[in-house]
Design a protein around this ligand. Structure first.
Ligand code: TXA
Ligand code: MG
Length: 333
C-alpha cells in the first residue's frame, strides 16, 4: 500500500479517448509523446522506430550512448524483448509489475542499438498508470521513454512541468495528473548471476530483497551508462546543501550569515525563523518522494541562492530521496 501524508489527495485526470487515439497514431508514425507514469512523466517513442528514438535523444539533449528504458504493456511481453528471463526476473515482475521497477536483462533483436546504446542488455518496465498502460495496450509494442526533462535537470511529475521544459518540441503531452510515486523506478540488473540495484527508486530495496530472498547490493557506479548515476544530476539552479533535520536551523543561520538567500526543503514540523521560506517536504519517505521534484522546481523559481534540504530516514523510499538530493547537491560539472 502506498502511504500518503495527511491531507494529500491523489488526482488522476481522465484522458479523452480521442487523445489516446491521437497519441497512438502519432507513436505509430514516428511521433514523440510525453505521457504520465506513476514515477515521473516519460518522453516516449516507439522503441522499434530508430528515427523516433533518435528524436527523443535530441529533444532531451542526452548522449546517444545512454540507453533508454523500454516500457511494455505487460509481463507476457517480456520474452519478446529479453532472450533470457531468469527465475529472479520472473518473480520480481510478477510481484511488482505494473510498478516502479525496471529490470535489466539480456536483450533480443527487438531491442535495437538505438535504444540500448549498443549494449547487450535491455531495461524493461511495465508502468503503473492507466494512461501509459492504455497507450501501450493500444500500440501493442514497446515505448522507449526517458524522463521528459532536459538532460541533467529535475524530472517532471506533472504535465505542466513537461510543457515548461520541452514546450513545442514534443508532438503531444498527455496530462494524467501528478505522479503518485514521484521518483524514477528502481533499476535492478539481472543480466548476470549477481543481481544489483543500479538506481534506487520508487520500489524499496527491502521489497526487492524480500521477494528474491537475498541481499541485493546497490551498484550505482557500474560500467554501464546509467545517466541518473552521474554525480551531478537532477540539479536545480540554486545550490543545494544537505542536512539532517536537527541541524537545519543552524545551517540556515550560517548560510544567511554569509549573505545568501536561503530556502528550506523540509517538513512542516521544522521550526524555522519566520522569514525563511519553506518548501514542505514531509519527513515520511514515500510522501517526500512524491513531492520532491515539484518542490525543487517551485523553490527554484523563487531565486534562492541556496536550498537547505532535510534528508529523510535512510530506509524504504528514503534511500531514493537521499540519492536524488545528493546528486542535486553534487558539484556541477
Ligand atoms: O521511472 C522511470 O524509470 C522513468 C519513467 C519515465 O519510466 N524513466 C526514466 O528513464 O527514469 P531515464 O532514461 O531518465 O533513466 C533510465 C535509466 C538510465 O539511467 C539508463 O542509463 C538506464 O535506465 N538504463 C537503460 N538501459 C539500461 C541497460 N541496458 N543497462 C543499464 N542501465 C540501463
Ligand atoms: Mg532521467
Amino acid at each position: 500500500m502506498p502511504m500518503f501524508p495527511p491531507g494529500a489527495t491523489v488526482r488522476r485526470r481522465m484522458i479523452a479517448p480521442e487523445s489516446l487515439e491521437r497519441a497512438v497514431e502519432l507513436l505509430r508514425h514516428g511521433g514523440v509523446v510525453a505521457l504520465p507514469t506513476e514515477t515521473v512523466y516519460g518522453l516516449s517513442a516507439n522503441a522499434e522506430d530508430e528515427l523516433a528514438v533518435r528524436r527523443v535523444f535530441a529533444i532531451k539533449g542526452r548522449p546517444a550512448t545512454h540507453p533508454l528504458i523500454v516500457h511494455i504493456p505487460g509481463v507476457e511481453h517480456l520474452n519478446t524483448w529479453a532472450r533470457e528471463v531468469p527465475e529472479a526476473a520472473r518473480k520480481l515482475a510478477e510481484a511488482f509489475w505494473p510498478g516502479p521497477l525496471t529490470l535489466v536483462l539480456p536483450r533480443t533483436a527487438r531491442a535495437t542499438d538505438a535504444v540500448t546504446g549498443g549494449q547487450d542488455t535491455v531495461a524493461l518496465r511495465v508502468p503503473n498508470h492507466p494512461v501509459a498502460l492504455a497507450v501501450l495496450q493500444k500500440l501493442g509494442g514497446g515505448l522507449a521513454a526517458p524522463s521528459a526533462n532536459r538532460f541533467g535537470k529535475v524530472s517532471p511529475t506533472t504535465a505542466e512541468h513537461v510543457r515548461e521544459d520541452l514546450g513545442g518540441d514534443v508532438d503531444l503531452v498527455l496530462d494524467g495528473g501528478p505522479c503518485t510515486v514521484g521518483v524514477e523506478s528502481t533499476i535492478v540488473d539481472l543480466s548476470s548471476n549477481e543481481p544489483a540495484i543500479l538506481r534506487p527508486g520508487g520500489l524499496a530495496a527491502e521489497d526487492v530483497e524480500r521477494v528474491l530472498g537475498r541481499k541485493v547490493p546497490v551498484r550505482t557506479s557500474s560500467k554501464v551508462r546509467v545517466s541518473g548515476s552521474l554525480e551531478s544530476h537532477y540539479a536545480p539552479r540554486a545550490g543545494v546543501v544537505l542536512t539532517e533535520p536537527v541541524q537545519a536551523v543552524a545551517r540556515v543561520q550560517e548560510l544567511r550569515g554569509q549573505g545568501l538567500r536561503v530556502g528550506v526543503l523540509g517538513p512542516a514540523s521544522l521550526a524555522l525563523p519566520p522569514d525563511v521560506p519553506r518548501f514542505d517536504v514531509p519527513d515520511e519517505p514515500a510522501g517526500a518522494a512524491r513531492v520532491l521534484y515539484a518542490r525543487l522546481r517551485e523553490a527554484d523559481t523563487q531565486g534562492h541562492d541556496v536550498l537547505v534540504a532535510c534528508l529523510p530516514a535512510e530506509s524504504g523510499l528514503g534511500i531514493a530521496v537521499r540519492d536524488r538530493l545528493s546528486r542535486a547537491a553534487a558539484p556541477r560539472g
